[in-house]
Design a protein around this ligand. Structure first.
Ligand SMILES: Nc1nc2c(c(=O)[nH]1)N[C@H]1C(S)=C(S)[C@@H](COP(=O)(O)OP(=O)(O)OC[C@H]3O[C@@H](n4cnc5c(=O)[nH]c(N)nc54)[C@H](O)[C@@H]3O)O[C@H]1N2
Ligand SMILES: Nc1nc2c(c(=O)[nH]1)N[C@H]1C(S)=C(S)[C@@H](COP(=O)(O)OP(=O)(O)OC[C@H]3O[C@@H](n4cnc5c(=O)[nH]c(N)nc54)[C@H](O)[C@@H]3O)O[C@H]1N2
Ligand SMILES: [Mo]
Length: 596
């Protein structure tokens, strides 16, 4: 049996056992930290069923790989060029193409469609974002699942939650919320206030960890004063909760080893960084850093601690709001920006303004349809690579376990361009893979990230662990007027009469972002008066699209859910960046609904 690992962009980064030969079969790895022996349906089924792009194309015409790669090389000669890389494959060799961009002086992107706002908020408080290892999650007494849809997006963590007190903070009654000891069903985009209010109540009842804070977070008295600037009654109402519910949350955290599992959901807003810094401040108030069974687990920086052989210093443009039409040639690798970036109307206009769009990927999608040159890629079963993780510290060598004679790997793509241009300095594929693995710590057969610390922040904060924790002390927000909390108007029978709805846009169990199953539905509360199967037009100030109604009581009537694998969802979302971190802000929008 050979081993490999899943390359899909997901917290779990599962190790995979492969039976090669006539009866090619994959299965989960029971021995592995993450994985508990099972594999998800995306891996067992979808990957093998999704039709692939098998032929390179130039202007819609099928050509040989040689012709297509010649056209790619020509497109990069003496032009202003950009590499926009998605996260279709999370493994490290995706970045080898940076080395070609460096040679031609092209541009790359910075920021993220995903987690950068939260990551920046963590850095603002802790200096560096060190991932909480799984063994601390295992030792916790209470788990607070905060804006993470664990059963869908992080399913292999479920065994770690068994037997623990469970609190869920989410505007949606998710599957995990239904199982929880308490579900705080807040209004969207109020997590900053939830954290500040909880911290305030912790101080009020004197259950804060003064001893720990005196040593590691000495500004705690200023923070207490800051929390007291927030008016309790108005803010609780704005959050859609009350004192009793806040008390129930605290009940599970008081004097308990507590881990917060924070997801992308809390930070898809312009203020996402402040939210994470506030959640961290609550954790600091409770003294949850550097102790067994405690901590805040968010999406980690998988490359932390490594010297990245593909790091280059080039000009960059923000990934979430890229002005593609400033470039003559754009290489889109492993992504589907025409669907996954916010503000699809703008993105499509921008892409139309580019001289040559090169799409390097596995599947047909909104972006391949707009490309001038199409290069079929190999998937992660078909090439050598290394998988790092943002949910745990295991590192896996990915081995080639399937043959593919029509696609090209990122390494071969880069090598062909080096050869055509006569560039030197590209090392062998094996030496790069060895470079990544050599930097890992090793226990038996298992590789671990060199950044792994069993008890992160036990000695302190910052890169040298000699800094103190920085509490949040300021919050600017112009999306809502925090003084005049605008209430959702409801009629006597609790039917919504406000004409605007929050757009919630989480992930789906049937897709990995826009790979695999694509949806066409909007989920709405029955009290909105719409009926299952109806066609509606949903619009925001950025654009509009048509969806089919599905009903759910898992949300409040002032929200709709359109998962991110739904065709057209990003016509509704704004081209703005988070105030810190240059992240996309998919949920910084309210939408209107029209019956068709
Ligand atoms: N099956 C599957 N798994 C995936 C992915 C996939 O597409 N499919 N994508 C992968 C990727 S790229 C990522 S980044 C991760 C992300 O995975 P998660 O961190 O789980 O992120 P989301 O699914 O976007 O949303 C998480 C939760 O946030 C809630 N939420 C929405 N708005 C708010 C809010 O204002 N406050 C709070 N407290 N909660 C809110 C949603 O209801 C949802 O339950 O998942 C990875 N795993
Ligand atoms: N409304 C809304 N939009 C969102 C989100 C949301 O929550 N709501 N989530 C955002 C998040 S967190 C993320 S991470 C982004 C993801 O957005 P993208 O990074 O654009 O990812 P995908 O849309 O999944 O497109 C991945 C493509 O990569 C290609 N691919 C897969 N494997 C390989 C490979 O090995 N090599 C090459 N060359 N290509 C490959 C496939 O053809 C696939 O179509 O979407 C963001 N968009
Ligand atoms: Mo993501």
């Amino acid at each position: 049996m050979k081993k490999t690992a899943c390359g899909l962009d997901c917290y779990d980064a599962c190790s995979i056992l492969v039976e090669e030969g006539e009866h090619f079969k994959i299965k989960g790895d029971k021995e592995h930290f993450s994985g508990n022996g099972a594999l998800c349906a995306l891996l067992n089924k979808s990957i093998f069923e999704q039709p692939r792009i098998e032929k390179p194309r130039i202007d819609g015409k099928e050509v040989s790989m040689e012709e297509a790669m010649q056209a790619v090389a020509d497109a990069f000669r003496e032009t202003k060029s950009l590499l926009w890389r998605g996260s279709g494959n999370f493994a490290v060799m995706q970045e080898v193409t940076n080395l070609f961009m460096e040679k031609i002086g092209g541009s790359l992107t910075h920021g993220s469609l995903c987690d950068a706002a939260g990551d920046m908020g963590i850095r603002m408080g802790r200096g560096v974002n060190r991932m909480l290892p799984l063994e601390q999650i295992e030792k916790a007494e209470t788990i607070v699942v905060w804006g993470r849809n664990v059963t869908v997006t992080n399913a292999h963590l479920m065994p770690y939650l068994e037997g623990k007190e469970l609190v869920v903070i989410d505007p949606v009654k998710t599957a995990i919320a239904k199982k929880a000891d308490f579900h705080l069903q807040i209004e969207p985009r109020t997590d900053y206030y939830v954290a500040i209010m909880l911290a305030r109540f912790v101080f009020m009842e004197n259950t804060e960890d003064t001893e720990w804070m005196d040593e590691f977070a000495p500004e705690h008295e200023d923070f207490y004063d800051y929390t007291r600037e927030h008016r309790i009654k108005a803010i609780l109402e704005y959050m859609g909760t009350d004192l009793g519910q806040m008390g129930r949350v605290l009940e599970h955290m008081r004097h308990k080893k507590t881990v917060f599992l924070v997801g992308a959901g809390v930070q898809k807003y312009s203020t996402g960084s402040y939210t994470l810094q506030a959640i961290d401040a609550l954790a600091a108030t409770l003294g949850l850093f550097g102790k067994e069974g405690c901590g805040v687990h968010y999406l980690g920086d998988s490359k932390m601690g490594f010297e990245n052989p593909f790091a280059v210093s080039l000009q960059t443009v923000p990934k979430a709001t890229t002005d593609f039409s400033n470039f003559d040639t754009v290489l889109i690798q492993g992504g589907n920006p025409a669907a996954s970036m916010p503000d699809t109307t703008r993105v499509k206009e921008e892409l139309n303004g580019v001289g040559k769009v090169i799409y390097f990927g596995l599947y047909e999608n909104e972006t391949s349809q707009m490309a001038d040159i199409i290069i079929p890629a190999k998937n992660f079963f078909e090439k050598e690579d290394v998988r790092l993780g943002y949910g745990h510290h295991c590192v896996e060598k990915m081995n080639k376990v399937l043959e593919n004679d029509f696609g090209i790997s990122e390494y071969d793509f880069t090598q062909r361009l080096f050869d055509t241009f006569g560039f030197e300095g590209l090392e062998s594929e094996a030496s790069y893979i060895e470079n990544w693995l050599r930097q890992c710590d090793r226990e038996g057969e298992q590789y671990f990230s060199p950044a792994k610390e069993v008890l992160p922040y036990a000695e302190g904060f910052g890169a040298e662990s000699d800094d103190e924790f920085e509490f949040i002390e300021d919050y600017e927000d112009d999306f809502i007027n925090t003084k005049r909390f605008n209430k959702v108007r409801t009629s006597k029978k609790n039917k919504v009469i406000d004409d605007k709805f929050w757009l919630l846009s989480p992930k789906s169990s049937k897709s990995l972002n826009t790979q695999f199953f694509r949806d066409d539905r909007v989920q709405m509360h029955p009290d909105t008066g719409y009926e299952k199967g109806e066609k509606v037009r949903i619009s925001s100030k950025y654009g509009a699209y048509e969806f089919i109604v599905a009903l759910t009581e898992n949300i409040k009537p002032n929200c709709v859910i359109i998962t991110n694998n739904t065709v057209g969802v990003n016509f509704l979302t704004p081209s703005i960046l988070s105030e810190e971190g240059d992240n996309a802000c998919y949920q910084e929008v309210k939408v209107e609904i029209e019956r068709l």
